[in-house]
Design a protein around this ligand. Sequence first.
Ligand code: ACO
Length: 459
Amino acid sequence: MGWSEPPTVILESGGESLQQQQQIRTTDPRDKGTSKVPETITITDDRTGKKVTVPITDGVFPSSALRELDPDLRMYDPAYLSTAACRSAITYLDGDNGVLRYRGYPIEQLAEKSTYLEVAYLLLNGELPDKAQLAQWTHDVVHHTFIHENMRKRFVDGFHYDAHPMGMFVSAVAALGTFYPEAKDVLDKDVRDKQILRLIAKAPTIAAMCHRFSVGLPFVYPDNNLSYPANFLNMMWKVGEYEIDPRLERAMDVLFILHADHEQNCGTTAMRVVGSSQADPYSAAAAASSALYGPLHGGANEAVVRMLTEIGSIENVPAFIEDVKSGKAGSRLMGFGHRVYKNYDPRARIIKQTAYEVFQVTGKNPLLDIALKLEEVALNDDYFKSRKLYPNVDFYSGLIYQAMGFPVEMFTVLFAIPRTVGWLAHWQELLTDKDQKISRPRQWYAGPDSRDYVPMIQR
Ligand code: ACO
């Protein structure tokens, strides 16, 4: 069946016509207590006349309604555009209004006042830590930053000299799990907590190790006296004497906060899908990192810098925008658009501000002018306006990373370090959610009907 044929299942929200609902809702759209609109949806199968009415809670209705109507009925929802695959209390995202909150706290407040490790605690535990809890958590993370020597000597040293650091990161995260066989015991809370600690603490060590290997520099061991972002910068850049500028340390921490979680994105969904089979968290985090690697997801920051470099000067911006619109450029305006945000990504706003602070230390990234011009032209262009395409988190982050000296190949790795906590918070939530089972979507089969095998001689 194609979509051009008339529908045979009718969904009515609240049992009213759309016009009636709109009239009532316009009068009092938010007052659920006294509204005359029932918070239900009725689904009618026109083939049988059977109806099922189920509640709508927070804009969500259970798919069990469809199974009740007909167990063989499927909803075709490629890329999960209308599917809530889980119930989550971690991150709130309102794409129309550009709102992002972790455990209820606005991202703007966290970026201004908090630290990455405090945010990590918040995401994992649901509440901000008190002084003693933060001290303990920081101590625990700091004391798990070292990795087994064989990880570096036997595993990482085996990569080809020009291996992409993100490819190395993905593989190293999976390999790390082989050092902790108990990690398979995912239903044991103590075991889970230990692996969470290890992954968060070791992610920067692995990331820096991948970079040092790819440029042929000796590995720098973690320094337990440094903060989380300072330790990472030290492992990345230390050659002889190295002093960390506190403004760059803070900028790194802010970037880590902004990237810590973003609810059910492609990488987190990969984490949940793999985690749902009760695979160990290292394997699941490697899958999530792989998803992040793609240019439509975390790989976009690398693509943005390559795009800006290719554009070369602000005079070429209008022509480039025309090429994007006509499809001639062969690609999209990287760092623009988002599945959920149909407004300015709040993280992009903070990152843009952080970029100016970093440039005070490093000097301005010459690509900034091209980026600003691109943003200006796109935000005033009907093509982008009508599709609600705004800068996303990746549009300005690459410029900061580049100004700080990170090679473009490291950009997605810089995203993966802080996102590790988001993946783990969701993994933990998944394993303690009684509604969850192994992920197993259904399909709409479109292949041939049954047919007999044809021997080679007759083909
Ligand atoms: N440049 C030009 N046109 C775009 C862009 C873009 N960056 N993004 C979307 N569009 C257009 C599409 O061509 C489509 O137009 P059409 O209706 O004429 O066919 C329309 O906008 C809707 O696009 P979809 O592909 O349906 O949107 P979707 O939600 O599937 O894609 C995505 C979201 C993947 C982020 C997309 O906007 C994109 O490819 N952006 C560039 C890559 C990028 O920056 N990714 C990082 C996202 S943030 C993150 O993952 C951390």
